[in-house]
Ligand binder design. Structure first.
Ligand SMILES: Nc1ncnc2c1ncn2[C@@H]1O[C@H](COP(=O)(O)OP(=O)(O)OP(=O)(O)O)[C@@H](O)[C@H]1O
Length: 123
């Protein structure tokens, strides 16, 4: 295996590529606008209700899960479309599996959000 020297410039480039990925998601996937809207709604709400440190940790984890699942889902969709534009049951399965990962993480985020905010909103 080739041994390469550590380079701050290359590490910086990795961050820049990751940022381009987030921009790519926001520009091409309308679902991500919903995630962004909910993220921008939930953070001020959490500050307003002064949620606990433990609740912040859960909230951050589930929000990151949804964003990460959406990014992986989009990466898979784009690579499948690059491999073939044809209708194929295997492509359908891959895309449906990735979509299911987004759904599961979104449901978990919804449950955590409900547990944290519903008692405060009603109480
Ligand atoms: N090439 C294909 N062959 C078979 N089925 C496909 C194919 N492309 C898409 N599908 C089906 O259509 C669904 C939607 O796929 P598409 O690539 O349009 O994603 P999308 O509408 O952008 O989804 P998302 O809402 O997750 O962004 C897939 O989950 C799959 O069931």
């Amino acid at each position: 295996m080739e041994r390469r020297r550590f380079s701050w410039k290359e590490r910086g480039n990795s961050f820049s590529y990751a940022w381009q990925g987030i921009k790519g998601l926001l520009l091409t996937e309308h679902n991500s606008w919903i995630h962004l809207g909910l993220t921008l709604l939930v953070i001020p709400l959490a500050i307003y209700y002064r949620i606990t440190r433990l609740e912040w940790m859960f909230l951050i984890i589930v929000m990151a899960m949804v964003w990460a699942a959406e990014l992986f889902n989009t990466a898979l969709e784009k690579s499948m479309d690059f491999i073939s534009k044809e209708n194929h049951p295997q492509i359908k399965l891959v895309k449906d599996l990735a979509a299911a990962a987004v759904l599961i993480s979104a449901l978990a985020a919804l449950a955590v959000g409900a547990i944290i905010f519903i008692p405060r909103i009603l109480g």
